[in-house]
Every structure is written in C-alpha cells, then in structure tokens.
Design a protein around this ligand. Structure first.
Ligand code: HEM
Length: 255
C-alpha cells in the first residue's frame, strides 16, 4: 500500500484485502505462509483462484471431489467462507470510510488514543475498541449473505401463520437491514447506531450479517479480529479517500 500511495496512483482496495484475506486463510487453515500480493504466481495462490472460479458442472471438479472428497470439501469451505467474505467486507468498510471522512477521522482518533505514536497493535487492545467495532458493523449496509435459509423441522404456527414441516424458510437479511421501520436512515453509514446506548434497544434479529442461532457463522470472532487488525494498521498509516475511479453507489437506486 505504501508503494501505491507513494506512486500517487489509485489503490484497488479489493486487491489488497483479497491478498490479505488469502494470506490469513492459507496461514491459519493450511499453515502455509505466502505473500500473495507480492507472489501472485505462487502455485497456492493461482490454484486457489482457479478453485474460486469453479464450475460445479466442470467434470474436473467432480473428479477431484470423488478422489479426496473430505479434505477437498473442508478446504474449499474454509477458503470460500473465509476469503471472499472478509475481503469484501473490508472493501465495503474502506468505501464507507473514504466516502465519510469525518467518521474515518474519528476512528483514527480512537486508534491514535489506544496506540499512541503508532505503538505496536495488540489483539487485546484492538478488541476493546468501541468505535472500531461500531464502524465495522457497517456490514449492515452490505451484508455478504443477503439472505439466510432454514428448513422447518416440525410444523409450527407463528403469529397465525402455519409453517409445515419441510418448508424452506428464507430470512431476508438485506431487506431487514434496509427496512426504515426497523432503523432510521438505513442506507446511511452511521456507526453511532451501534453505540452502547442504542445497541440495547435494538432487536438482535434485525442485524444478521453473521446469521443467528446454532448454525450461525463459526468464523465470526476470527473474521472480526482479522478485519479489525487490518483496519487499525491501515488507518495508523494512511487516509482513505475517493478518487476518479471510485464508483459511488446509491443503495436506494440499486433497489
Ligand atoms: C466478514 C466475514 C464473514 C461473514 C460476513 C460471514 C457470514 C456468514 C453467514 C451469514 C453464515 C450463515 C449463518 C446462518 O445461516 O445463520 C456463515 C456461516 C459459516 N461461516 Fe461465516 N462469515 C464470515 C467469515 C467466516 C470465516 C473467516 C470463517 C472460517 C474461518 C467462517 C466460517 C463459517 C462456517 C463454517 C459457516 C457454516 C456454519 C454452519 O453451517 O453451522 N466464516 N457465515
């Protein structure tokens, strides 16, 4: 990032966060240390990228699946759920910060308060940072999983509606996050809506970026930690700003 900043060129944040997520996934899940940003030709990186573009109907995919099914499916699972989710979330957060410089400044103030003079970042201190946590909850605006699904295990009646056993029930996460009746100005990036005072009055089932219940995301704590560490280190050293290439999104228009 420093090189890109020094060159004065625009940074493609998804490229940086993609490489970071890839390095975290490969080192934690497979104990393989790669610097994927600087070694894009590393066989581990190229093969994972190929895998991420997989086509279920490609006979090669089925062939691999049949030969070493368990190992492959577990590895695929960790790469899918860990890589794309956290790199996209970080990219959306970078966008939100670049388009809301006053919020970025506030976050930088918290960071400088907790780690004066760019002191080394520690896990314990990062996880105590309130404003950082509130800002990261911008996951609300762009939930990676726009909907959740559950299969009804036994026929049940809820509020006069009977749901027969076996029915697939869709939980519309994106719609819940953007419903103005459930939160004011839902399309705006407002970390304050997750302040301690406001959080207590919030229905926990209207904020579901990691799902809910016994089958919610098992990587939530891990993902939050790795994303927070990255945000702190980046904002200690850089300001994020929009540039000509930034596509400003209009949530309302996107429907
Ligand atoms: C920002 C990052 C992430 C987001 C937004 C995210 C989101 C989600 C969501 C919405 C679900 C479905 C939950 C439900 O149906 O209630 C899920 C499931 C899951 N996630 Fe994540 N996830 C993230 C990162 C990770 C990471 C880093 C890992 C592993 C290292 C992970 C592992 C899993 C697994 C294994 C499941 C399936 C759990 C089950 O079916 O019991 N996730 N995630």
């Amino acid at each position: 990032m420093q090189k890109t900043a020094d060159s004065g060129k625009a940074a493609n944040m998804k490229e940086f966060f993609g490489a970071y997520s890839m390095d975290v996934v490969t080192s934690t899940s497979f104990s393989v240390d790669i610097d994927s940003l600087n070694n894009p030709d590393d066989p581990f990186v190229t093969n994972i990228k190929k895998m991420l573009k997989f086509d279920l109907f490609n006979p090669l995919f089925l062939l691999i699946g049949l030969t070493d099914h368990e190992i492959l499916s577990q590895s695929m699972m960790y790469i899918f759920v860990g890589y794309e989710t956290s790199s996209s979330t970080l990219t959306f957060l970078a966008y939100n910060l670049a388009t809301n410089p006053e919020i970025m400044k506030k976050l930088q103030e918290e960071i400088d308060e907790v780690f004066p003079n760019k002191a080394p970042v520690t896990y314990e201190a990062v996880m105590q940072m309130e404003y950082l946590d509130m800002a990261l909850k911008s996951l609300r605006i762009y939930p990676i999983s726009a909907r959740l699904e559950r299969v009804c295990k036994k026929t049940i009646e809820i509020n006069g509606v009977t749901i027969p056993k076996g029915t697939v029930v869709i939980i519309p996460v994106y719609a819940l996050h953007h419903d103005p009746e459930l939160g004011s100005e839902p399309e705006l990036f407002k970390p304050e809506r997750f302040s301690k005072e406001n959080k207590d009055s919030m229905d926990p089932y209207v904020y579901l970026p990691f799902g809910a219940g016994p089958r919610n995301c098992i990587g939530m704590r891990f993902a939050n930690a790795m994303m927070k560490l990255a945000v702190v280190q980046i904002l200690q050293n850089f300001d994020l700003a929009t540039c000509d290439e930034t596509e400003v999104m209009s949530i309302k228009d996107s429907g």
